[in-house]
Design a protein around this ligand. Structure first.
Ligand code: ADP
Ligand code: MG
Length: 255
């Protein structure tokens, strides 16, 4: 079954300097429980794709569906993790995790245990009553991930969630995401700039062209799971990464 379908999608922004085509003929699917990464050069429309998949904006051509239903606005069956965690500074960790519940008008009390369990799942047990400024960048991003999962969405949409983190923290977060995915079995659409991150985490990697963005290459990653630091030295991992690097270089060289 396909969780997310993106069918021949186009998106034209109206700007003060005229129309700007961000996406054109974008077409792919994400299966149930599948982890799919999207890799593409800066400005190719990756964040635009995430906004479309989360129903924050609507396509100017084509259509997107989630669980067979056309996406016409924000939906409770999708969870979003942004590049910046954008936590509310005056709210404690647990209340930040519960923000989507409030936004959906659901009863916060019904979700306290769930929020607590997620805080533990992302490795923040004991920090539920801390405020965002008392946490490191990596810890704040973990809060953002717990918040994306709190309403138990079938699909998780992540836009370069580790981009603002240092290299060491990124590696730890990579393993965290793999662990959380293995535990929750969500379908994931993961946007990234990082080739090793994409290969390490994914079942499939999609490469986007420069703007207007569309999928120009699709690579299946059939490395055994769970992947570990040793995977990074696996011959197949290295071959896939270098293949993608060549693709990626080609797109950046011909904008
Ligand atoms: N709200 C907007 N209005 C006009 N142009 C936009 C808007 N958002 C993004 N763009 C433009 O669309 C293109 C794709 O942007 P974006 O999706 O953010 O790319 P990426 O995330 O891959 O870096 C860029 O040229 C960007 O300047
Ligand atoms: Mg972006």
């Amino acid at each position: 079954m396909h969780r997310l379908t993106v069918e021949n999608v186009g998106l034209v922004y109206e700007t003060s300097r005229g129309p700007l085509t961000a996406l054109e003929g974008l077409d792919f699917r994400v299966g149930d429980g599948e982890f799919v990464s999207v890799l593409g050069p800066s400005g190719c429309g990756k964040s635009t794709l995430l906004k479309l998949a989360s129903g924050l904006i609507l396509p100017t051509a084509g259509s997107l569906t989630l669980d067979g239903e056309r996406i016409t606005g924000p939906r409770p069956d999708a969870g979003i993790v942004f590049q910046q965690p954008t936590l509310l500074p005056w709210r404690r960790v647990i209340d930040n995790v519960l923000v989507p519940i409030r936004a959906m008008g659901r009863n916060v009390r019904d979700y306290r245990d769930k929020a607590q369990a997620l805080i533990e799942l992302v490795g923040l047990a004991g920090f539920e009553n801390h405020y965002p400024h008392e946490l490191s960048g990596g810890m704040q991003q973990r809060v953002g991930i717990a918040r994306g999962l709190v309403h138990d969405p079938a699909m998780l949409l992540m836009d370069e969630p580790f981009a603002a983190l240092d290299a060491m923290t990124r590696e730890t977060m990579m393993d965290e995401i793999q662990r959380i995915w293995a535990r929750t079995r969500k379908s994931v659409l993961f946007i990234t700039h990082s080739i090793p991150e994409a290969v390490y985490l994914s079942d499939r990697v999609l490469v986007m062209s420069p703007r207007p963005g569309r999928v120009i290459e699709e690579v299946a990653v059939d490395l055994p799971r769970p992947r570990t630091m040793a995977t990074l030295d696996d011959r197949r991992f290295v071959a896939l990464a270098s293949h993608l690097r060549a693709q990626f270089r080609a797109t950046e060289a011909n904008p």
